[in-house]
Design a protein around this ligand. Structure first.
Ligand SMILES: Cc1ncc(COP(=O)(O)O)c(C=O)c1O
Length: 402
């Protein structure tokens, strides 16, 4: 059955009103170019919020998905399947981890990480060790546990009591984290670079201090690499460049290249607290998702691919700084790899939504990270000419508002 005719107005009629998407309905994408119902073509510098690492409809992923689609779609976790086993092994071989739990999204991966940390602390230290230390400005997803741990109060307001036992302190504040972590701490959860919080990187000394505090208090360090992972910063996972290794790492977004999948990675001793029956997911480990993710990892985790990410990141930063100069909208560009935020200043403060809207009008898709940061997270294989053209359109859009 073909999809019956639908319009952008139908979106507002049939969906719960918690989203406000751009005015066109997007129908097809190839590489870093997407076409809307209006017939207009957009350059995608958002990549589905840092998801489509190989662009839209990447031929390698289409081939893998089609092959798996005619073979085996779903079983449940009562039965093992080949793509999921191969994916878990691939993740273990490429990272610090010994074991993997597969999910469908970042929030579910974080939910699993937090539950595992509390269960591990309970098993090894008793019922009083359950506190989670996390950071103001952080984002970990939209389930009740993850909005409770996340450092953005707006996302937990009005949903009844948050999950108890969570302490929020300022990111990169050594003293504050030093007083928050104690013998009652089960885990510290942090993003190596706060993404939704505005592309704020952890100071290297701060990340080391958090690791030391976890060691000293027998608490687990959870790195949320849902947005920073899978090549985004120029290494497979951001921790690999930091000389700090977590006990638990969560991944999602980019790992499926656009197919929904996430995962929680951990060491063998910690994993032992997830004994049979303690946690689960109907779709986690789905063969379609796992086969795509296996292919994404094998393409991205290659020195020449990651080297190109770093080279393109240089182009992105230089051009963003030049746009900031020509428009006066920003002077600071933060972030790493193909993941950068232009920090609005002066009269432009608070206008990221206007800029994203004007960008779409001008034919480029960009993201926001709060009211004050225009965020770019293009496909990791975006052609140089598309990156250049997208940034030209962004510059024109900012000028049109000035
Ligand atoms: C760091 C981080 N963690 C978790 C999430 C939640 O992931 P999902 O939307 O797949 O549940 C996000 C999404 O933006 C994120 O950036």
């Amino acid at each position: 059955m073909a999809i019956p005719p639908v319009s952008r107005a139908d979106f507002d009629q049939y969906f719960t009103p918690n989203y406000a998407p751009a005015p066109d309905v997007l129908v097809e994408g190839h590489g870093s170019r997407v076409v809307g119902q209006s017939g207009k073509e957009y350059i995608d510098l958002a990549a589905g919020i840092a998801v489509n690492v190989l662009g839209h409809a990447a031929p390698e992923l289409v081939a893998v998905l089609e092959a798996q689609a005619s073979k085996l779609w779903h079983l449940s976790n009562a039965y093992a399947n080949e793509p999921a086993i191969a994916l878990a092994r691939s993740l273990v071989e490429r990272t610090f981890a010994d074991r993997v739990f597969l999910t469908n999204s970042g929030a579910e991966a974080n939910e699993a990480a937090l539950k595992l940390a509390r269960r591990w602390a309970h098993d090894h230290h008793g019922a009083d060790k359950y506190e989670i230390v996390s950071f103001n400005g952080s984002f970990h997803g939209r389930t009740l546990f993850t909005v409770s741990v996340g450092g953005q109060e707006a996302y937990r307001t009005g949903f009844g009591p948050a999950i108890p036992g969570i302490i929020h302190v300022d990111y990169n504040d050594m003293d504050a984290v030093g007083s928050a972590v104690s013998g009652r701490t089960a885990a510290v959860m942090m993003e190596p670079v706060q993404g939704e919080g505005g592309l704020v990187p952890a100071d290297p000394a701060f990340a080391h201090r958090v690791r030391e505090l976890c060691n000293a208090n027998d608490a687990l360090l959870i790195f949320d690499e849902v947005q920073s992972g899978v090549g985004r910063t120029g290494s497979l996972y951001a921790y690999m460049d930091m000389d700090v290794t977590p006990d638990i790492l969560t991944t999602a977004k980019g790992i499926g290249g656009g197919f929904p999948i996430g995962g929680m990675l951990t060491t063998d001793p910690v994993a032992q607290s997830f004994v049979i029956g303690t946690h689960g997911s109907t779709f986690g480990g789905n063969p379609l998702a796992a086969s795509v993710a296996l292919e994404v990892l094998s393409i991205v985790d290659d020195p020449s691919f990651l080297g190109e990410v770093v080279r393109k990141a240089g182009l992105l930063r230089t051009r963003l700084l030049a746009i900031g100069q020509s428009t006066g909208a920003w002077s600071e560009v933060r972030g790493k790899g193909l993941w950068m935020g232009a920090v609005l200043s002066g009269d432009w403060e608070g206008r990221s939504k206007d800029i994203a809207g004007a960008g779409f009008e001008a034919g480029v898709m960009v993201l926001r990270a709060g009211a004050n940061v225009v965020r770019l997270a293009p496909a990791l294989n975006i052609p140089d000419e598309d990156l250049e053209e997208g940034l030209n359109r962004l510059e024109a859009a900012v000028h049109s508002l000035g």
